[in-house]
Design a protein around this ligand. Structure first.
Ligand SMILES: C[S@@+](CC[C@H](N)C(=O)[O-])C[C@H]1O[C@@H](n2cnc3c(N)ncnc32)[C@H](O)[C@@H]1O
Length: 279
């Protein structure tokens, strides 16, 4: 083997190793949240040493070197800035702080729950099968034919995590939406927020634009009165749809968006507003 090929192969091997141990990053973040490291670092008010952190967390001094390794990894991942002898929090760290209104802990746990991971475990088996009826996705295959929101309806633990996770996610998105694109809502008298969850965006919109009548439209397990976007959309000057895409959900978001826009245009012909964060 020539040296150029050997170096290229070693680099490729490094990347494969990275992927083999990718779960370590996830577990490092989970451990940090369990120990409340982000909360302690943020509330310390100034950069914190590993010794100070260990003592605040009541960790035996003999374990401090392991805490130091965890902190270095979290700093490498962007959650902390590593100073010569101490650590300070970054913006990312704020998402792991328990009491933050945009805390991502629930979302993180949900993303790593067997409900979300199982479709990936059976992906190979699913893709080898001949296509079944419409609506046959890795998610439904792993969950006895149920779609994500049917699992939410039937498993209270997942419904709770979804509701809390989505709520925290929307909080930040809603503030950012109004700060960046608020002017798009000028002149509207009514708007319907399709899949609007418990109404965080509508509440912020109503506060910023008291003249707009906001309707939150979502499934029965989330709001009441409820409805199904695939059946009907209440009339309004504008329809607001925010879609978060995920690689393991049951409906690819581009399908959902095109279905949504064609049904909406067929129903009324008014304008539609779409926004997305993670697509
Ligand atoms: C991932 S959440 C997104 C919430 C919010 N729009 C956002 O993007 O942050 C999707 C929302 O759509 C609702 N939903 C799912 N299927 C629906 C349907 N067929 N009709 C109405 N709402 C639906 C869910 O209950 C959930 O609240």
């Amino acid at each position: 083997m020539d040296s150029k090929t050997a170096i290229q192969l070693l680099e490729a091997q490094r990347q494969v190793w990275d992927h083999s141990f990718a779960y370590i990053k996830t577990m490092a973040v989970q451990s940090a949240m369990e120990l409340d490291i982000p909360g302690v670092v943020q509330s310390h008010g100034k950069p914190i040493t590993v010794r100070e952190l260990g003592s605040a967390l009541k960790i035996a001094p003999a374990r401090t070197p392991f805490l130091a390794r965890l902190m270095r990894m979290l700093a490498h991942m962007g959650y902390f800035v590593e100073n010569p002898t101490s650590y300070s929090a970054t913006l990312m760290c704020g998402f792991l702080v328990k009491d933050s209104p945009f805390n991502a802990a629930t979302w993180f746990l949900l993303a790593n729950d067997p409900i979300a991971v199982d479709p990936w475990r059976s992906f190979g088996a699913w893709i080898r099968q001949p296509p079944a009826a419409a609506g046959d996705f890795p998610f439904t295959h792993a969950h006895n034919g149920k779609k994500l929101y049917e699992v939410c309806r039937d498993v209270p633990r997942i419904a709770k995590m979804m509701n809390e996770g989505i709520g925290r996610d929307i909080w930040l998105f809603s503030k950012a939406l109004l700060a960046k694109c608020g002017s798009h809502f000028n002149g509207l008298k009514s708007i319907v927020d399709v899949g609007g969850h418990t109404g965080t965006i509508s509440e912020d919109l109503a506060e910023a634009f008291p003249g707009i009548h906001c309707t939150v439209f979502d499934l029965a397990q989330v709001v009441s009165p409820a409805g199904d976007v695939f059946q009907e959309i209440p009339p309004a000057d504008a329809v607001f749809l925010k879609v978060s895409s995920s690689r393991s959900y049951d409906t690819p978001s581009h399908n959902m968006k095109s279905h949504f826009f064609s049904s909406f245009n067929a129903c009324s012909g008014y304008c539609a507003t779409g926004a997305t964060n993670h697509v």
